[in-house]
Design a protein around this ligand. Sequence first.
Ligand code: SF4
Ligand code: SF4
Length: 269
Amino acid sequence: MLSSAAKYILNSKENFVSAEDALRPELAGMQIYDEPIFAVASADDPLFLQLREPKVVGAGAFLPSDWLDGAKSVISFFLPFTDAVKKSNRIDPVKASDEWLHARIEGQTAVDTLGAHICSLLKSEGFDAVYPSRDPRFTTIAPLTSNWSERHIAYICGLGTFGLSKGLITEKGMAGRFGSVVTTAELPVTPRPYSSPFEYCTMCKACQRKCPPQAIDASKGVADGKDHSICAPFVNSTKLPPHGINNRVRYGCGKCQVGVPCESRIPKK
Ligand code: SF4
Ligand code: SF4
């Protein structure tokens, strides 16, 4: 089922920048993502309860059973950006590339398309399924914090561990986007190939050196080294005027995710 979902999203029109949206004519048709990876956790995994701790997500974090009565499994997926997207954002040390902005904004439509497609595949097999990120109950519970954190869900499911820059390092790196589905189907659980939340980060500080507004400071430790109150205003300051058929406002940075050892793989210690 998941391998057919991977093929579906690779070839779907949402995985390509349309001519009507392209920030430059030559970006029309650019592929956003390479093949996704998937991992599955049991809905009863005790790590979900830990999301409610203040230092993790907080008391308002939803559990799988809050989304869906009879939830049995959570499927997390990571869609890695293509080399074209990653390479383009390595060039300018401050300004996000047009390719990166498309991957961030149009790329989210592709993530939502994959989430909805997995739900419809599960429903066609007689199970129930919810894609929390587009559910009306999905909400913000604190600044920059939602009641369903895709990176934390991916960690629980076995997709990867956090880095100093707060991205999640997977076997296909950090540069890409995450999504997840909660379902009543009892699926085989993916073994977590790590035992602690920052296991894959080498503390090489490459992300710190790349961050334009200096929002990353390794001396504060891997868990507290990124200051969202510096990162978020910087990212917001990059907003471009609305563009394209959908009048989308594009903004982004991602310099901490490209040209670093964890960009496309688990870095070597
Ligand atoms: S660039 Fe280095 S320090 Fe930063 S998250 Fe990746 S491995 Fe960790
Ligand atoms: S997204 Fe940009 S501003 Fe934010 S931590 Fe990464 S490099 Fe720094």
